[in-house]
Design a protein around this ligand. Structure first.
Ligand code: PEP
Length: 254
């Protein structure tokens, strides 16, 4: 049975002091997780090291929001897998739509980053999702298929056990508009079938596919109850301990 994975993407919010406050608020609220649920927080780079030391005595795991495709070198402003690992990260979000939109990230680049992370012991949370005009044009599945094929190119079946896919319709991110549970379930099922064709049914069945896009305490339970929705990637609602823990609490005990 797949685990339910709830991840919080803090984006460019929280100073070190604010990060300490949020983590200290979250720890007591998440001390009793359901046995099938994993929780990940993804603070900004500057807060990773302190978050890692604060989380040592908790079951919350740590992730970053981006990573360079290079090992090291003259790449001003970039952060490598080695730096993330030494800061205590186990996961890294790759290809978030904001990275695609504002920083020009392509499926090819995201694929390089994913392979680099996997080769070095980081588990990628790889984001895909269509824009509003693509949904309205009825090409959601084609767009998501092309993204999935691009970002997973050359990743082995064995490494797929460490990959999480986050389906995040771009029109639902930070907008307050959520895909209906049925709309989300349809795309999740499509992704799982596609991964089944690209790899095997075994790989597809084991793949954790998160939904992201305005997940809130009041819509999380219905989304997480869908057969192919195995968790959530949460933006805005993860910035407060009570709303994030309430979403975590909505995960069904499977
Ligand atoms: C996100 O940042 O991945 C996200 C889904 O944001 P929000 O929950 O605010 O829509």
């Amino acid at each position: 049975m797949r685990r339910t994975v709830i991840a919080g993407n803090w984006k460019m919010y929280k100073t070190i002091e604010e990060s300490i406050e949020l983590i200290n608020g979250l720890k007591p609220l998440t001390s009793n997780l359901k046995p099938n649920v994993d929780v990940i927080v993804c603070p900004p780079f500057t807060s990773l090291a302190i978050a890692s030391s604060l989380l040592k005595d908790s079951s919350i795991k740590l992730g970053a929001q981006n990573m360079s495709e290079h090992d090291e070198g003259a790449y001003t402003g970039e952060v490598s897998w080695k730096m993330l690992k030494s800061a205590g990260c186990e996961y890294v979000i790759l290809g978030h739509s904001e990275r695609r939109q504002y920083f020009g990230e392509t499926n090819e680049l995201i694929n390089l980053k994913a392979k680099k992370g996997l080769a070095n012991g980081l588990k990628p949370i790889i984001c895909v999702g269509e824009k509003l005009e693509e949904r309205e044009a009825g090409v959601t599945e084609q767009i998501v298929s092309a993204q999935i094929k691009g970002v997973l190119s050359g990743i082995s079946s064995d490494d797929m056990k460490k990959v999480i896919i986050a389906y995040e319709p771009v029109w639902a991110i930070g907008t307050g508009k959520t895909a209906t549970p049925l709309q989300a379930q349809q795309v999740h099922m499509h992704i799982r079938k596609l991964v089944g064709q690209l790899y095997s049914w075994n790989v597809a069945e084991g793949l954790v596919i998160q939904y992201g896009g305005s997940v809130k305490p009041d819509n999380a339970a219905e989304l997480l109850a869908q057969d192919d929705i195995d968790g959530a990637l949460v933006g805005g609602a993860c910035l407060k301990a009570d709303s994030f823990s309430s979403i975590i609490g909505s995960a069904p005990a499977r």
